[in-house]
Every structure is written in structure tokens, then in C-alpha cells.
Design a protein around this ligand. Sequence first.
Ligand SMILES: Cc1cc2nc3c(=O)[nH]c(=O)nc-3n(C[C@H](O)[C@H](O)[C@H](O)COP(=O)(O)OP(=O)(O)OC[C@H]3O[C@@H](n4cnc5c(N)ncnc54)[C@H](O)[C@@H]3O)c2cc1C
Length: 344
Amino acid sequence: MPDNDHYVIIGNGPAGNHAAATLRQKDKDAKITIISDECVPYYYKPRLTDFIADELAKEDLMVKSPALKDIRIRCGQAVERIDPDSKLLFLQHMEKIEFSKLIIASGGRARVLPTMSGYAEHLKFVTSYTDVMEVKDEIRKAKDFFIFGGDLVGFKFLRMLTSMGKTVTILIYSEAFWPYHLTDDMLAQITKSLSKFNAKIIVKDDISTIDEQNGSYKVKTQNGIEKKVDMVFSFNGLSPNIEFAKGSGIDIDHGILVNEYLKTNVDSIYACGSCAQIYNPIINSYTTSIGWPNAVVQGEVAALNLLGDIKVIEFVGRKYFDLEGVKIKTTWWEEIEIDKDYNV
Ligand SMILES: Cc1cc2nc3c(=O)[nH]c(=O)nc-3n(C[C@H](O)[C@H](O)[C@H](O)COP(=O)(O)OP(=O)(O)OC[C@H]3O[C@@H](n4cnc5c(N)ncnc54)[C@H](O)[C@@H]3O)c2cc1C
């Protein structure tokens, strides 16, 4: 490899870190940089709920990663723009970074449903450590919660809140699993399964209003249900973080479009993890993938292909996810075991 080659990875999650570890394994001398807009080292996102509930210490939330030796991690630095022609990244603080090859592993941020957008200022989210640090203390003090949505993270959060003795109302949207759709049958099964958590479950309803009153919130639904709560959360899936790629010439749809080798339309740029929308030759369309195991495998495959391999991505673990007792077939979600399978 020529001296001046520089592999840059946008994203410090499992996709970015497994890409970096694979690059390092294959090339001991490469210059590799991970850039992350979060001010925290690589951590186990799936364990954030344990961290909120004080069942996991901050140091145990962090991934111990000997395979990431000699990789520069730049935390708290947001990428704002990419220029593929001059192979430059423009950071928010006006710095430019030159890359010879780039892997985009920027994950996603909370998706706000159009019907909820007028109330976004009242909504809290749990998609990252940064989100959690904004709400952790408040959650500990609060008693009554309202959850809009009901994606997998939402159900995990509901379970956590009830285990902390909180009172929870959840309005489940059939579109919360976007881009997947919950059928009536699945909604009925989920409602039955969640009933063991002693939460009030609402389906086939929608938000009417959320009014703030002296630090608490009055939530009204279209079917006339009214609740006064301390905090309102939204869990409706993720929107890929791809703003910085807009206008760059890299093809995007709701994610970064990549072929089955995870390569974008630009030769030197790959994308992986939950920001990538991957071409599936069987269905002749692009799909996004969700979940830690997919991000891990995709990071590794993107790195190998960037180095000249020709590996086709396969979705991980064709199995059933146990959604609070409901077996939902999924290719993308798994319980994470710390210090076992997912340490890089
Ligand atoms: C609370 C919670 C519980 C979960 N539980 C499970 C579970 O039990 N099982 C499971 O399989 N999955 C679970 N998930 C989902 C899983 O964590 C994700 O699928 C996985 O983290 C996606 O990995 P990723 O590398 O694609 O993206 P992420 O982990 O989201 O990482 C994206 C990275 O990109 C960075 N970034 C974004 N934009 C920019 C920018 N402009 N400039 C610089 N850096 C940027 C971010 O800071 C971050 O470092 C859970 C998620 C949450 C939030």
C-alpha cells in the first residue's frame, strides 16, 4: 500500500469498528481513522437500557477492543460534507480530512412520524449514549411515562421502565417497525405479550395533542384517551444519518445506496450498517438492515471488499426474534452478549 493511503470510517458503532478491525487485521501499516460525532468511545448500544436502569456501570458499557490497536478515533467531530472528486471530508469545525478510501457507517437517528412532528420539542428519544445522558436523571425521578411508537427498542425501553416500577402507557403504531408493517394479528399478539408488563397499551389510535403544563405533559389521543405524564418518548424506527452525503454525487434514497458488495456508485466509497440501503438481487430492490449482528458482518464485508475482495453480503441470522413473547421472524436483531461474540 502506498504511504499516503488513508482509510477513513465515518461512524464509531459496530459497523465502523468491525470495518476498522478488519482493515487493521489485513493491513498492519495502514493509516486508519474513525470519526464520530459522539463524545464517547465505542459502546454497546443494546445495553443502554441496562445503563439507564443502573444495572450496568459506564465502564462496562464501553467495548474493550484490543483489535482496534493503532486506529485513530476522532470523537465529537461531525462530518458535514463529502467531496468524492477531491476525496475530502469536511468536518463541522471547518477541518478537511483527505481520504483514499472511505467507509460510511453513520447509523441512524430517531425517526419522527409526520403526525408527531408538531410535538417534536416534547418528545425524548433513546438512540445513543448522548440521548441517554440527556434523560437518565429525569427518568430516575419521573413516575409516569407515555411512549409513542413501539419498535423493538421501544419494547425494550418499556420493559426497563416497568422493571424500575414506573407507570407506562404505550400507543403502538403499526408503522413503528418501519420499513416493516405490523399486521393486525401481530398487534394483537404483541398487546397480549406486553400485558404482563403492567403497562396500559393502546392500539389503532393516534396522537391528538400534547400540552406541556408546569414541566409535565397532558397527552390526548384521537379516541379520547387522556393521560398526564412526566415524560413522553418516541420509538418509531430510525432514519439513516446521511445528510452529509446529500449533493455529493453519492447515490442515496432513504439510506446510502450500495450494491451487494456494499459499494456505493463511487468506486472508493462503501457503506454498511443501519445507514446503508443494500441492493438485494433476489427481490430486485434496496432494503435497509437493522440490528447489531448485521452491522458487525457488514462492517467486515465492506472492509474486505474495499481491500479488493468480492464478498457478497448475506443477512445475518435467519431466526425468530422473541418480541416479549411473540416470535417474529427477523434477519436482523439479536440479543447481545457482552464480552463474548461481539467484542472486536
Ligand atoms: C437502546 C437500544 C437498544 C438496542 N438493542 C439491540 C439489541 O438488543 N439487539 C440488536 O441486534 N440491536 C439492538 N439495537 C440496535 C443496534 O444497536 C444497532 O442496529 C447498531 O448499533 C447499528 O450499528 P451501526 O454501526 O450501523 O450504527 P450506530 O451504532 O448507530 O453508529 C453510528 C455512528 O455514526 C456516528 N455518526 C453519525 N453521523 C455522523 C456524522 N455526521 N459525523 C460523524 N459521525 C457520525 C455516530 O456518532 C455513531 O458513532 C439497539 C439500539 C438501541 C438504541
